[in-house]
Ligand binder design. Sequence first.
Ligand code: AMP
Length: 458
Amino acid sequence: MILLFLLIFIHISRYFSEGSPLPVTRSSALQRVVRAAREIKIPRNIQRIIDRNYFLVFFIYGILVLMFAFGFLIWRRCGTRSPRTQRRTRARHNNYIKLRPTRKRELVSLLNADELGYDENYEVDPRHLEMGRKLGEGQYGFVNQARLKNRIDVAVKRARLSYDPEQQKMIIDEIKIMCAIKCHPNVLALVGAVTSKNSNGALIITEYAENGSLLDYLRKIKSQSIFSDLLVYQGVPPQKTGTYRKGAGLSTNLNFISTADLISFVYQIANGMVYLASIPCVHRDLALRNVFLMGDGTIRIGDFGLTRRHENSDYYSLKISFRINNGDIKLPVLWMAPECFHTHKFTEKTDIWSFGVSLFEIFTLGDKPYAGVSDVSVFLKNNRLEEPQYCNKKIYDFMNLCWVADPLFRPNFKMCADFFKEHLKILCDQDYTRLDDKLNLIFEKRWETECWIRRESE
Ligand code: AMP
């Protein structure tokens, strides 16, 4: 097309200047172009075609100019919007950045981190990290609090063995997965990464959640009896009614919380999962230990080390040929949908099952599911988890929907988010609006932090 464009341009230049002195113009550059065009030899047969079809040539030329102008306009609109405009648009639609659409496979493509790339913009000089106290540890790694560039608190995850290639690969894979997931207010954000040679091996630098995992937080709330149950009870002995006492609102300091806060946590988890499902990404390990509570009461879904091994007794090694990273992986059997025991396939609907189990954890303030059950797969043939103490019948019915045997009949995450949004609005409408504004602001703040980190690294 470019060739055709050039050809026509040359021809028109020749036409306008043919036999005559060069156009009267002060621009010597234009004169040079026309002279050069005159001197170019066009093959005779092409010249003849153009001579015979002048109208057609001008028509094609016009179309090309129009196409070029449109192309340019579209490129300006989509490709190079200013960062500020992009940020505003994302925040306004609460739609955030979407990945290129990928084929929705049953075992999500994101699991195969080999297919994903690493965004070099995340690379951080390890000298800018000041390591602090240890926050926790798993079988293959540690998580520390740290300060980045003397300014931002972050959590830093590293492998236990900095020289073990398999552990290093797990960290790198998790970084790649987090790069691909990008940004949502309810998903733990990657702040940076160290992938270059470093004595601690590769490092994942994420947002730091001041209140740690939601599981630990709720257990603390329960043990200190700083929870207000808003359910209305009637009769002797008191029986739950379906209604809540109103007017409690969301906690501002998280030192004392109520049922409204629990529903806000659930809504935010569903909100984050709607985003992950849209990528599409199957978390496969949705449980309260992997959900984090920030200081401002907002929730982050974290832990994308889906391929890692756990010593934790909640995990269970399936002796199957389900191999990622050349080894049997351990799966969170108590949170897993029963079809996964046989098919080993994970979908949005299997995450929905885990979401239901997470609801049980939330509305019991951190009880372990299936306590006292020796074989969960046998138990699930005819039973389901019991109704938690702090939810009403409507919510328990919804949990049971998440645990329908046929995955097709389970709700999707959009339905979950809508269901709990409605609940939250009924309980505290104004606080719901404030929460939504807060979530949009997170996006804005993250962008500023990112810009600051990048600017400082230059
Ligand atoms: P993990 O190895 O990811 O399961 O993390 C172990 C523990 O470290 C968790 O149970 C949390 O208590 C803590 N932790 C992990 N990531 C964070 C974070 N971003 N902010 C605060 N605490 C964290």
